[in-house]
Ligand binder design. Sequence first.
Ligand code: ZN
Ligand code: ZN
Length: 280
Amino acid sequence: MEIVLTGTGSPLPDANRAGPSTLVKAGDTHILVDAGRGVVMRMAGGGSLPAFLAAVLVTHLHSDHICDLNDVITTHWIMTQGNVALPVFGPAGTAQFVERQLHALEADIGYRIEHHDVLTRGPNVEVTEVEPDDQFAVNDVQVSTAATVHAPARPTIGYRLEHNGTTVALVGDTLPCPGVDTLAADVDAYVQTVIRRDLVELIPNDMVQDILDYHSGVVEAAQTAARVGARRLVLTHMVPAPTAEQYPEWIARAAEHFDGEIVIGDDLTTVTTEQGEAHG
Ligand SMILES: [Zn+2]
Ligand SMILES: [Zn+2]
């Protein structure tokens, strides 16, 4: 599988980092996990488009993770003329969110149907709300879910994808928890949204301090990766966003606790997992 970090940013606006999203290419099956700010631009940069998506997996309904789902929906609709469904999987509340997005887009949908004879229907979105410990398939990708811990955002869902003998866990925003351990056990890549506790603690702002109690720090993510035997730790959604010069310091912090490969980078950083990788 190819994992493209389509958005390594956070709610904090950043000229160089799109909001949280990750694209997984499993052969021809493209799966998007979350749809933050700028996701469609970054998908184009990563060699994909909404029309290529076999599914969108939503981890939770925080705005930074879903604010550009409307762009994914609209672009998919126009490029497929509504002839192909866009499957969206997410926790309870996802169906209502999508329905309300479609209401917000009502004027646009009407204009385009009126203007283009080939468009005879609105966006074709098929929402499936998932529970922890669900299993389902997206083409030949096996997906399993588990509960994560990000209260007061609840429910929140993490995903494990298996394809062609390789595995990836994409768990979204969460504290370390049994669900993450289950999803990331022995995976080829464990993708974790992270904050640097030591740096966030220095920021004298109450709302910034509030994020400490519901995110994994870099150290905790590394400890999780080591505990569950992940082969790689992929960091994303970094707060505060590091400069490229600071990447080695972030990696060094994680490497104190995890001796596998640690990936951090700019948007469109890509990780490839291959069948037959040795698990050490
Ligand atoms: Zn969140
Ligand atoms: Zn977030």
